[in-house]
Design a protein around this ligand. Sequence first.
Ligand SMILES: Nc1nc2c(c(=O)[nH]1)N[C@H]1C(S)=C(S)[C@@H](COP(=O)(O)OP(=O)(O)OC[C@H]3O[C@@H](n4cnc5c(=O)[nH]c(N)nc54)[C@H](O)[C@@H]3O)O[C@H]1N2
Ligand SMILES: Nc1nc2c(c(=O)[nH]1)N[C@H]1C(S)=C(S)[C@@H](COP(=O)(O)OP(=O)(O)OC[C@H]3O[C@@H](n4cnc5c(=O)[nH]c(N)nc54)[C@H](O)[C@@H]3O)O[C@H]1N2
Ligand code: SF4
Ligand SMILES: [Mo]
Length: 694
Amino acid sequence: MTDEIRWHKTHCARMDHGGCALVVGVRDNRIVKIKGDPAGYLNRGYVCPKGLASADRLSHPRRLKYPLKRTGKRGEGQWQRISWDEALDTVSENLDRVRARYGAKGVAFCQGMPKGMEHFVMIRLANLFGSPNVVAVQDVCHAPREVTGMHTCGFYPVADFHHPSESVLLWGSNILHTNEEGEICRLLLDRLKEGTELIVVDPRQTPLTERARYWLRIRPGTDAALALGFLHVIIGEELYDADFVLRWTSGFAELAEHVSAWTPERVAAITWVPADLIRKSARLYARSRPAAMGWGNAIEQNVHAFDTARALVCLMALCGNLDVPGGNIRANEPKILGLGPFVRADRIPTKPKEMIHAHHRTIPRLMTVPPAFFRKAVLEDIPYPVRAAYMQCTNPLVGYADTRKTLDTLMKLEFVAVSDIFMTPTAAFADIVLPAATHFEFNDIGHYGLGHGYILARPGVVDPPPECWPDMKILNALGKRLTPPEDWYETTDEFLEAVLAPACLSYEQFVAQGCLRGEERFRKYLKSGFKTPSGKVELRLSRAEKFGLPPLPGWAESPEADASDYPLILTSFKDPYYLHSSYRWVEKLRAHSSRPLAWIHPETGAQYGVEDGLPVRIETPTGHVVQTACLTRKVAPGVVCAAYGWWFPEAGDKTGGDWESANLNMLTSAETLGKAFGTPNLKGLRCRITGANG
Ligand SMILES: Nc1nc2c(c(=O)[nH]1)N[C@H]1C(S)=C(S)[C@@H](COP(=O)(O)OP(=O)(O)OC[C@H]3O[C@@H](n4cnc5c(=O)[nH]c(N)nc54)[C@H](O)[C@@H]3O)O[C@H]1N2
Ligand SMILES: Nc1nc2c(c(=O)[nH]1)N[C@H]1C(S)=C(S)[C@@H](COP(=O)(O)OP(=O)(O)OC[C@H]3O[C@@H](n4cnc5c(=O)[nH]c(N)nc54)[C@H](O)[C@@H]3O)O[C@H]1N2
Ligand code: SF4
Ligand SMILES: [Mo]
């Protein structure tokens, strides 16, 4: 025992996409203090409550500490402790067995929100194993923005908060609480202090809408229509950057013609945003040079995701904000190993044709399987049977739309292995559960492969419990058993060294440096054009017909909107104190947010007999849940803004932590999907409520 605290620098991770530089105090292999590092590139000393509580994940008494094998029926909660050797043998034998019977594509590799390098090591394992099927949540998270960006302007246009902007337009993004993909709110808040104007499109009043010049309280699910209204004003009033449009865009005349019908008055009737406010906001965005658009999850969580993202890239382009400092940029990556070589893409050249979703004719360049299509493959053998799944860093029973279907999928799979740090609802239905080491316990690299122009050092600062393994180590061991062993390493640090080698940096040198950034360069199109078939920003998508998608962005009422039995509109937002379904078991976080709150306007509450602080039953054609009513004027009448990600670890492992009663995805359906990405409606669906006194 020693009283001495040793201080280490690392970066926060696995509580969101990560990024805050931290100074961590360690005594006797235990984290005793976490502080924000004032020198942090993204946070400048900022740290949020999740970051401050992050060490409690490591020391929680109910954390998974050794591999488990199911002994009773699936989901019955009966487990036997086994050795790592037995666990790895069992996983490999089962994946091998399914590969022999159904082909490698009969095995799916499932990953949740990317958390660290194990994401890419898993893709490497899938590729070397021969399976094109890496299932991920990209259908509702980033693919709509990234892939639509790539097809429209040749890159993923990221808001640049590192340089001044005259205005910032936050569209369905609440970065004060989500710090979405490394856009740490500290940078935005600093800009606002300098006088940058703020426009926010959000159905809910938030600390950011309170600071905005214009808050557009949109009807959930109608963002594409609002974007068309913006385009109408900007084109109609000739507020666009005419030089840029002339030289660097194609299809302007068609777009102008197309949006001419989308008058602010028409759009106001659809979106509930007053016409005058649409005009003023569009003018402010267009007249600000430059303006950055922080576009969030809300635009990609319904069947309109592709059209909305298309319309928003058109907006950025028309106003000359693409790849300019303080606009939406194509981040320049540092000289590190590219994703393709890291994941050994060369070993599976047929992947784009063989992935499950190729059958559903999703948009090219979507490289992970949308969960809805994965489940179809398991449940209906469409387009072919999938019978085993290896899942890491994910909790599909709570995270995927239509929980019942996910349960059916887990029950039908012949074999399921789950790697996690806690017995989650999904792990409760597995055959083998593997105890992962987690953040602070191993060396990792942050933001690799995310396209933001930097990577961050995340050295481990404590040792994991003896039988908890980093996912990279688990995958490396499985790789040696299931694929040619020469493609794998002795130690997991070698993965990191491989990434850094082209930069001539060792991991140790990288850690000393903390962050590695690409060179700042803007307006790269001046030299090489835009990476699209026409070399220009494609306002009219030249390959749209080939893709079976509309060439110009449009909007139509959501498929379920006529359901007159369900008069209210349901949406959600991320809880500031949790990551999706993660960490409800961390007491410090639970003290901040103890139960699932559904925000409802007091008039709507009164209309349906719902009282503040009491249970409210929320129902859709798919299912029902009970949450706690929070009557508030922060949402419009007729809107229910429900809590997402809830299960109750205190209910015990045997019930899978009560994954049913409050879980928002009991209400969502995966029947109707957006064509481009297989996206279900998660935001802007129909519901009804009743007071559920109990
Ligand atoms: N209705 C609705 N559904 C949604 C969303 C929504 O807004 N509404 N949001 C969607 C979005 S944006 C996303 S990204 C997905 C998220 O979906 P998931 O990524 O599946 O989300 P989590 O529930 O956070 O599950 C992550 C799991 O990883 C575990 N974990 C943490 N650290 C480690 C580690 O180091 N190793 C291992 N092996 N496990 C670890 C956690 O304990 C947790 O169980 O959900 C989507 N689903
Ligand atoms: N605290 C916390 N931080 C997180 C996460 C988390 O779970 N918790 N998850 C991480 C992940 S994986 C992601 S992808 C990002 C997501 O980060 P964000 O993009 O910020 O995600 P959300 O909170 O789902 O939605 C943002 C805002 O959209 C609003 N909204 C709801 N419906 C609509 C709509 O129909 N239209 C519009 N315009 N707005 C709407 C919500 O009220 C919310 O304020 O956050 C990351 N950071
Ligand atoms: S904002 Fe994200 S990266 Fe920063 S401390 Fe919080 S959880 Fe960690
Ligand atoms: Mo996400």
